[in-house]
Write a protein that binds this ligand. Structure first.
Ligand SMILES: C[S@@+](CC[C@H](N)C(=O)[O-])C[C@H]1O[C@@H](n2cnc3c(N)ncnc32)[C@H](O)[C@@H]1O
Length: 167
C-alpha cells in the first residue's frame, strides 16, 4: 500500500521496480485550505483548489487504467485511517507512508500500519527529516514508533525510513 499518491509518480516506480501482486493506492485528493497547509502539495501549492485535486485524481485513474483493469492497482479515494481500517490485521507485505505529514497523522498511520502489516513485513515512508512545513512531525512519530513498538530499523537514509515488524 502507498499512502499519499499525489500524481502517481512514485506509484509508477513501485509498479515498475517492486512489481507487487496488488498495489493499493490511498489518497483523499482533498484540498486543504487552512494556513498550516500553505506549503503543502494538497494545500496552498494547489492553484485551483478542490477542482485541481479532482483533476489530479482523474489523471491518476487514467494513468493506471491498464493496471487497474488488470487488477494490479486499486485506487482508494479516502483518508488513510479510514481505508486502512477496512483491511484485516496482518494483511500487507509492506506499506509506504507519504500522506499527511503532520505529527498526529503520521503517529496514527504508523499505529494502524503496525497492525495491518504482517509479521516480518515492512513499514516504510518518506520525509524522515527535521523541519519542513510539517515541522519534523514525520521524524518525531517514526522515532517514537521505533522506541515503543516491536520493529527493527532496516534503513534511515535520504529521508526514507524502512522498519520491519518483529513482533
Ligand atoms: C507528498 S504527496 C505524496 C507523493 C507521492 N507518494 C510520490 O512520491 O509521488 C502527499 C499526498 O498525501 C495525500 N494525503 C493527505 N492527507 C492524507 C491522508 N490523511 N491519507 C492519505 N493521503 C493523504 C495528499 O493528498 C497528497 O497527495
Amino acid at each position: 500500500m502507498e499512502i499519499g499518491v499525489h500524481t502517481g509518480a512514485f506509484s509508477s516506480r513501485i509498479l515498475r521496480i517492486v512489481q507487487p501482486q496488488v498495489l493499493h493506492c490511498v489518497d483523499p485528493w482533498k484540498y486543504e485550505d487552512s494556513d498550516i497547509y500553505k506549503a503543502a502539495c494538497y494545500g496552498g501549492q494547489v492553484t485551483d483548489g478542490q477542482a485541481g485535486m479532482d483533476k489530479r485524481y482523474l489523471a491518476v485513474c487514467a494513468r493506471f487504467d491498464h493496471a487497474i483493469r488488470a487488477g494490479q492497482v486499486e485506487i482508494h479515494r479516502g483518508y488513510s485511517r479510514d481505508v486502512l481500517a477496512e483491511f484485516p490485521d496482518d494483511f500487507f507485505d509492506w506499506v509506504y507512508i507519504d500522506g499527511n505529514h503532520l505529527y498526529e497523522y503520521v503517529r496514527k498511520d504508523l499505529a494502524l500500519c503496525f497492525k495491518k502489516v504482517k509479521l516480518g513485513g515492512y513499514i516504510t515512508g518518506d520525509d524522515y527529516t527535521d523541519g519542513g512545513w510539517w515541522q519534523g512531525g514525520v521524524k518525531k512519530a517514526v522515532d517514537e514508533c521505533i522506541q515503543a513498538r516491536a520493529v527493527a530499523v532496516v534503513l534511515l537514509r535520504n529521508g526514507q525510513f524502512v522498519l520491519r515488524k518483529t513482533g
